[in-house]
Design a binder for this molecule. Structure first.
Ligand SMILES: [Zn+2]
Length: 620
């Protein structure tokens, strides 16, 4: 009875609110509100669900042949209201399979006929015959029509697999960094996402759009030849078994150390005394509630580690590590930068306790995030702070907040590209935060509204995922002020941590928590074509008040703050900053009245943090 009344209330209220919302709701998303999986106030709906998996994987890597192989058992829980007749796995390495759809070239010698070799698939203990397996793009579909998976039930799937790690120069995000150093993502058959928005995910991994995975638990072992260390997502369970006493003690000390400790140097690792056994080692990692798992290995890297308090209420610490080549001149700084960055992320920007127990920044070939792991190239003589904090801050988006980057990359790249600048300025005591060149692309036919699904973007992908949302988020922080921004961010994270928010959940939550209807801001920034451009329209004299009035015209449709640097003829200067809310009601001109008696000599409009497509009208 209570339940029925509640349902009725939900339907009623959501219909009313749906009608009130001025933002376009794609027709295919209406069902999520009718079904109660999403709510118009931005909270997960009363019927929100998502599926879950737990993986047990025994893997090994042969450095000489680059052969990666493993056996895995996955337990998959169907929390959806649907009976699943297909179980879909991702074989992301199949991007290297002959004929695969790719967003960019790969080195021809890395392409193979068969991609991932998969064998001995069982579903609930029964073998899955060849004619019940369908391989296409980067998918492996198991046809389980005969024994479908009903709502609330779980299934166990097991298989053996192997492939050769791509080593060509076009390999990105993953790395055969040298003949005995590896960074390995996209390595195990992973269950695809089945969600309330689209059912089974259907866009393959082509090398461009990044993550969309369900949350899962992992129990993983890696067996490596003599002399190789393994770093991975999760926490190393058997450090005491594999590391010689001296190195185990350093490892233990680093768990509680605020300062960087060298667990071992490249030289110590190469000399051979780091491990207890002079034979193959098996490294055991456990990770809970993460959307993916990556690992790295080398027989000649340095390992720095320390830890940092990420939650002052509980004293919880995160173990922060850097693994790197001695030749990477900047990398001796990286563990410390990552730890200080994580502290700032936890307490200030975004200001939410870092969710993971561990983070390793690995000296690979890219700038790429994975849960608890980053593949970051050395920055050489340049400062590694920006790259380090960018990739580490991805922990929040898309990992802790399970963003679907194949559809909504701006929901995570935009934030990482905002956090990194602000964090870098705070760590380096600089004031270099700026927009990332959005003004150059803005308003061109390649500046696509971010609400166009990421999977449908080619050359427009980067601007729509990074530059434009970063400019929008910087403006949003300015508009709300830190306190309201932080309140919205924390509540958004509390509501959607470990779940899959979509854009409507973001817009609705921020409207709801800020107590303001921000649709006037969301619409031009995320839904509409357009560009930001303010221009100075001259100075008028208000004779009655004996004051100069500076006219600022809104030429572009995207709302940006008004920032004026004014010099008066008496040599005095004034800075004026007006939030973008000045344009909220659609007016096309804003007037600034200077103090009485002052005559304006020069005016400069704009700031590095404000995108403006036409700067010719910004000086007077
Ligand atoms: Zn990023």
């Amino acid at each position: 009875m209570i339940k029925l009344r509640f349902l009725f209330f939900c339907l009623l209220s959501s219909n009313i609110l749906l009608a009130q919302s001025s933002l376009f709701l794609p027709r295919n998303l209406e069902k999520n509100y009718r079904n109660g999986t999403r709510s118009t106030d931005g909270k997960p709906g009363p019927n929100y669900w998502q599926n879950r998996a737990s993986y047990t994987i025994k893997a090994s890597l042969e450095p000489k042949t680059r052969l990666m192989s493993g056996e895995e058992t996955v337990t998959y829980v169907n929390n959806s209201p649907d009976t699943l007749k297909t179980i879909r796995f991702k074989l992301q390495h199949d991007r290297y399979r002959k004929g695969a759809q790719r967003s960019g070239d790969v080195t021809p010698s890395d392409v193979t006929d068969e991609g991932v070799r998969v064998q001995d698939i069982t579903y609930n203990g029964a073998a899955v015959p060849d004619d019940k397996r369908r391989r296409y793009a980067t998918w492996l579909d198991l046809d389980v029509k005969q024994t479908p998976l009903p709502p609330g039930a779980s299934a166990t799937i097991s298989m053996r697999w192997s492939y050769t790690l791509p080593a060509g120069e076009d390999a990105s995000r993953e790395c055969v960094c040298d003949s005995s150093t590896f960074f390995v993502p996209y390595w195990y058959p992973q269950i695809a996402v089945y969600d309330d928005v689209r059912g089974w995910a259907s866009f393959p991994y082509t090398g461009q759009q990044e993550f969309y995975h369900d949350f899962a638990d992992y129990d993983v072992t890696f067996t490596m030849p003599r002399g190789f260390m393994v770093w991975a997502t999760g926490e190393l369970q058997n450090a005491e078994d594999v590391l010689a006493k001296k190195y185990y003690e350093r490892f233990q000390k680093a768990q509680k150390s605020d300062a960087v400790i060298s667990v071992f140097t490249e030289k110590e690792l190469q000399e051979g005394g780091v491990f207890k056994k002079g034979d193959r080692n098996t490294f055991h990692f456990v990770a809970k509630d993460v959307p993916d798992f990556a690992f790295a290995s080398s027989d000649h890297f340095n390992w720095d580690a320390l830890s940092v308090v990420v939650d002052d209420k509980t004293g919880r610490r995160t173990f922060v590590q850097a693994a790197y080549n001695t030749a990477s001149k900047d990398y001796y700084r990286v563990a410390d930068i990552a730890a200080k960055g994580i502290r700032l992320m936890s307490t200030w920007m975004p200001g939410y306790p870092f969710p993971y127990p561990s983070m390793t920044v690995f000296n690979g070939n890219d700038g790429m995030e994975y849960p608890m792991m980053c593949n970051d190239a050395s920055q050489g003589d340049r400062d590694p702070t920006g790259l380090t904090v960018h990739e580490v801050s991805h922990t929040y988006f898309p990992f802790m907040m399970g963003i679907n980057e194949q559809e909504y990359a701006w929901m995570d790249e935009g934030w990482a590209s905002t956090f990194d600048m602000l964090l870098t300025d705070s760590l380096n005591n600089t004031k270099n935060a700026r927009t990332r060149g959005y003004a150059f692309a803005a308003g061109t036919d390649n500046d696509v509204p971010p609400m166009v699904l990421s999977k449908n973007l080619g050359s427009a992908y980067r601007n729509a995922s990074y530059q434009r949302p970063q400019a929008a988020y910087l403006g949003l922080i300015d508009l709300l002020g830190y306190e309201t921004f932080h309140k919205c961010m924390v509540e958004y994270m509390d509501r959607w941590k470990g779940k899959h928010p979509i854009p409507q959940d973001f817009f609705n939550t921020w409207n709801n928590v800020s107590g303001q209807n921000l649709d006037w801001y969301w619409k031009p920034w995320f839904f509409d074509w357009g560009y930001p451009d303010l221009g100075l329209g001259g100075v008028e004299k208000n004779e009655a008040a004996n004051a100069s009035v500076i006219l600022v015209n809104r030429i572009g449709n995207q709302p940006i703050p008004v920032h004026l640097e004014i010099e008066y003829t008496d040599g005095t200067k004034q800075t004026v900053h007006e939030k973008s809310s000045v344009w909220k009601d659609g007016k096309s001109q804003w007037r600034f009245t200077a103090p009485a008696g002052k005559t304006v000599q020069t005016v400069t409009l704009g700031a590095n943090t404000i995108p403006d497509t036409n700067k010719d009208n910004n000086k007077m």
